[in-house]
Design a protein around this ligand. Sequence first.
Ligand code: SF4
Length: 335
Amino acid sequence: MASHFSHEVFDHADAGDKTGALRIENLTVYYDTPRGPVHAVENITFSLHAQERLGVVGESGSGKSTMALTVMRLIKPPARVVSGQIWLGTIDLLAAPESRMKQLRLSEIAMVAQGSMNSLNPVMRVRNQINLGLRDHGVRLSKSELDEQVTALLATVGLSPEVANMFPHELSGGMKQRVVIAIAISLTPRVIIADELTSALDVVVQRQVMETLREVQAKIGASVILVGHDMGLMAQFVERLGVMYAGHLMEVSPIREIFRNPRHPYTQLLITSLPSTEVKGEFMGIPGLPPSLLNVPPGCVFHPRCPLATERCRSEAPVLREVQPQTWVACHFAS
Ligand code: SF4
């Protein structure tokens, strides 16, 4: 498929253009707690282009899943959107009535959430589970039409027609995950969000499921946001990568650039901490722990762990800026 590296990454200066698949603008999401708000997502802006595969990577608690759930309008109190906008093409998702969101989910934007293969109904055959989503969106098919549709969907995710008659417990983990993908694409959404899609699967099956998602995405022409923590999977699948830390977007770059020349100190540490079969040596973790999101450090949120931090970093928050074409970094000193 064609590379999208030539596309503009962000559209801060182009706010009137709603032609991308998805745009998140200045999104801030907090969880209210008795001890104060947890700053889960802080002022995030990025665009997803048509037919693009974008990764969002971060440690547990970095805000990536909250961001994904907010896009789907599936966050619930005590979580709340403090500010920002989310555009699905020309549709303002945060302003859409819930009835409209119900229509949009699956038909325009679908999510394969963490652990969703375990949320398949254990007492319902695969065919009926696929039919359920279609019926919810007003699609009424005769038995033969449904059989045809289900067979085609299963074939798209590499499963045989017999799977339609099976119950979830008769399927392996990889097969269940493919069924979940089949349901997610049953109404050919233009955006698919996959959150930790393969974390419960072994490495070989992970690769197969990712390959299935890539084929499906190309076939239906969707854009994909892959949310996760596995840099290896990201390298295999995405074209651009966003790196989140403590609710902030630290860097967004073409995936080759991230690995070849990471610009943000956090990204640099992430890359050097990866075990490598080529470079023999110590496995380097990142010293320190992410901050409590109840009590976010002033200035750059990464400064307590950053080996390059200066006095300025302790008081002044860096803004995400384009330091090289298509490479956006939130660090005072990145170039
Ligand atoms: Fe490190 Fe300062 Fe850059 Fe933050 S702004 S990443 S603390 S050098």
